[in-house]
Ligand binder design. Structure first.
Ligand code: BGC
Length: 481
């Protein structure tokens, strides 16, 4: 329902009507939940026949604070990558050092070998800086893109997402590509960096959350991209390839961002969602992610503003030229605008308009319209995220489930988390009143989680190799709690 229902200003009413498709009813979310639930079940049966792939991560049980020593973590997933040195002591883990490097656009769209060389060079100089000379040091690799894993240290890239599209990587084992690049950069006297595990950022977040809360069963990222993972019972996994030894569970990387790629979400997609998708580097892919993650919300916002100006409803029909530039709006600005909840003077919205369009003349009504549109887009995203979490939490047959989350949008936005919780409560109250779903912030899961997995792998030294139906699978199980 619109917050401006009783406002008599004609332009506000017009803007309200034009953008009503961005406001979904609970009935719509119930349908989204139904479709998600169906798709999750399909993905658990077969990766090939589903849009939500439900990838096996081979991470079986969650850490138990027994890890010791120093490990490296490499985190690649956004426009920056990070290298971290993490130290585990008796009761604590500490990030000793972390460097962050921007990845130039030409590398994100160039040859894969150049990208891996660039990263390897930074990893090696980081190791040298820490005098890790002449030692063998284990590295956990957080690679936040869809992977078909064959084991903890073998994973083929299925497709690029977000702002990457490097040639010669899709279909290849990215651990091998990284190892090869490291080999090219490592010389005799310098460290031997051993890539022992690869995980997704959601898995890292879940692992980091599990250290704090024993009910943590779901890992969620809502940042540049969006995705979730959770702990599933082996008995529910037709595609689990081999033994049913303890622990009888495995972390599943849902890759739920691809939900809707088979058109099932068309009933809630707006003209702006469609035009954004049509002009994106991966058109037709990651439909759900494009409705909710930080990389796309500002572009939806920009497109809606353009429509309203075109229809003469906003800024008196005058187009600020800045608005023509793709990616000219940031998620940070959208978060700022959402701070104006008292709806009296709209200070933040006013500031945002001045910052975005310095030469634009605007009035009270324009400010209210900009606030309303922004709010509709961010709220829809939070409610979509909640629906995804609810559909997953239903699969976990325990009363209390904690969700570890990370990512700039959910962590830095003033109300995103509250809106997720509100929508979750609505689902819980009408379906499972006894259930409790708690959101916990997992700081830096994508760094810490990879180091923990590396530590566990290293402790167990060599993964077991299992052969089945002519295929070789590798598995490392963690110690149970
Ligand atoms: C990727 C996921 C990742 C998510 C959050 C998506 O685009 O496909 O693997 O977990 O972004 O970084």
């Amino acid at each position: 329902m619109s917050v401006f229902k009783h406002n008599s200003d004609y332009n506000i009413l017009k803007a309200d009507l034009i953008t009503l498709s961005l406001e979904l009813t609970h009935e719509d979310f119930k349908k989204v939940d139904f479709l998600l639930t169906k798709e999750f079940a399909r993905g658990l049966k077969s990766t090939k026949d589903s849009t939500i792939k439900m990838y096996l991560t081979y991470v079986r049980s969650l850490p138990n604070n027994e890890e010791r020593g120093q490990y490296l973590a490499l985190d690649l997933g956004g426009t920056n990558f990070r290298v971290l040195l993490v130290e585990f002591n008796r009761d604590s883990s500490k990030i000793v050092d972390c460097v962050r490097e921007a990845i130039p656009a030409k590398l994100r769209f160039g040859a894969g070998s150049d990208l891996f060389d660039f990263i390897a060079e930074h990893v090696v100089s980081f190791a040298i800086k820490h005098q890790l000379v002449g030692v063998r040091i284990a590295l956990g690799f957080t690679f936040s893109f869809p992977l078909q894993q064959q084991g903890l240290a073998e994973a083929h890239l299925v497709t690029w997402t977000k702002s990457f599209n490097c040639a010669g990587v899709v279909g290849f084992d990215v651990v091998r590509l990284l190892k090869a690049a490291l080999k090219r950069k490592m010389h005799k006297s310098i460290p031997y960096v051993d890539v022992v595990a690869i995980i997704n950022d959601t898995t890292g977040t879940l692992i980091a959350g599990a250290l704090k809360d024993k009910n943590c069963m779901i890992g969620l990222i809502v940042g540049t991209g969006a995705n979730a993972c959770y702990v599933e019972k082996l008995e529910n996994l037709e595609k689990w390839p081999f033994n049913y030894s303890d622990p009888k569970q495995v972390v599943i990387n849902t890759e739920f961002g691809a939900f809707g790629d088979n058109s099932v979400l068309d009933f809630v997609r707006t003209i702006w969602d469609r035009s954004l998708d049509a002009e994106s580097v991966n058109s037709g892919k990651q439909v759900y992610e494009k409705m909710l993650s930080g990389m796309y919300l500002p572009e939806i916002f920009r497109r809606v503003l353009l429509t309203l100006i075109e229809r003469g409803v906003l800024f008196n029909g005058h187009l600020p030229l800045e608005l023509l530039r793709p990616n000219s709006i940031s998620t940070k600005i959208m978060s700022d605008i959402d701070q104006d909840t008292n709806m009296e003077n709209f200070t933040k919205t006013r500031e945002a308009i001045k910052k975005l369009f310095p030469h634009c003349k605007f009035n009270e009504v324009d400010v209210k319209i900009v606030f309303m549109i922004n709010n509709r887009i961010t709220k829809r995203s939070a409610q979509m995220v909640a629906t995804g979490i609810w559909a997953l939490a239903k699969r976990i047959k325990q009363n209390e489930v904690s969700v570890a989350y990370d990512g700039a949008l959910i962590s830095l936005h003033p109300y995103f988390r509250v809106w997720v919780e509100e929508k979750l409560s609505q689902f819980i109250n009408s379906n499972a009143p006894g259930k409790k779903i708690k959101l916990i912030q997992a700081n830096d899961g994508s760094g810490l989680g990879a180091a923990i997995v590396a530590a566990v792998c290293y402790r167990e030294k060599r993964p077991k190799i299992i052969k089945k139906r002519g295929k070789v699978y590798q598995i490392t199980s963690f110690q149970t709690k």
